[in-house]
Write a protein of this length. Structure first.
Length: 273
């Protein structure tokens, strides 16, 4: 049986992946900010007679300090992590900074995944088949804002999500290069439009668009059917990417190793402050 960590596992795709693994007999720890949703997951686990294998850690993953606290809890609980699934993101129509002084989408969508990807390596490398699975948006073509990584100029909520997905692409490139020898495979997955809660805080116009997307999006069951084969049997290469279950090429201009290293170095300096 596997040990699975799901970052952003209290809702939507993350929750469905967590419940799937519980049904399979795996041990699952989810992380999310809403205590009531975490408790609902634990109740669902008890209904599956899997309560002893289900864990919930409440945390605001837009805070670096909270990420580090959660990582300490995970490493104290589990000697091995087999699968790390990362889903956490939250759309903000208006730019906002965290109490730590970071743009919130950048902190939650990118920095949190950076911290988890590197912070659990010692547990992942002990697995026979370690996988890091990012539910993001591989292949976004936005230009990296090297002199404005935290989107201080011309901020747009939806664009910020795509942009930070672009940064997560480079994170995966860097991790694939660093941890390929440990057998850790990085898998990027774009689910397309799925009828979830669309976690976010929206202006009136965007909120109306979101409601239409909820009506038009595929069901969670349909999305999971596309996702599960990519998670269960990813390609042997250190890095692969999929859109709605279809494998895509890693375009050199978007998955550039030099850009990935540059972003990694900038991020390390930012976290060291």
């Amino acid at each position: 049986m596997k040990t699975v960590v799901v970052q952003g596992g209290t809702d939507g795709i993350g929750r469905e992946v967590a419940l799937l693994h519980l049904r399979r007999g795996d041990t699952v720890l989810i992380v999310g900010r809403t205590a009531s949703k975490g408790e609902a997951f634990l109740r669902a686990a008890r209904d599956l007679d899997a309560g002893e294998r289900a864990f919930f850690v409440a945390a605001d993953l837009s805070l670096i300090s909270e990420n580090r606290r959660v990582l300490e809890q995970i490493t104290s609980l589990f000697p091995v992590v087999d699968v790390l699934v990362m889903c956490a993101r939250h759309c903000l129509s208006t730019r906002r900074e965290t109490p730590e002084g970071l743009e919130e989408t950048f902190a939650l969508f990118y920095l949190s995944r950076f911290l988890f990807s590197h912070g659990l390596v010692d547990r992942l490398e002990k697995s026979a088949n370690p996988i890091v699975f990012n539910v993001a948006g591989p292949g976004d073509r936005q230009v990296v804002r090297w002199h404005d990584l935290q989107y201080t100029q011309d901020y747009h909520g939806a664009a910020a999500l795509g942009y930070n997905g672009r940064l997560v692409d480079l994170l995966a490139v860097s991790c694939a290069d660093r941890y390929a020898a440990a057998g850790i495979r990085q898998v990027m997955f774009h689910p397309g439009v799925v009828s979830t809660s669309f976690s976010g805080e929206y202006d009136e116009q965007t909120a109306a668009q979101v409601e239409l997307l909820k009506l038009a999006g595929k069901s969670l069951a349909e999305s999971l059917a596309q996702l599960v084969p990519c998670l269960d049997n990813p390609p042997p290469e250190p890095l692969s990417a999929f859109v709605e279950g279809r494998r895509i090429q890693l375009h050199p201009s978007l998955f550039d190793a030099d850009d990935a290293k540059r972003l990694h170095d900038i991020t390390e300096k930012l976290l060291a402050r």
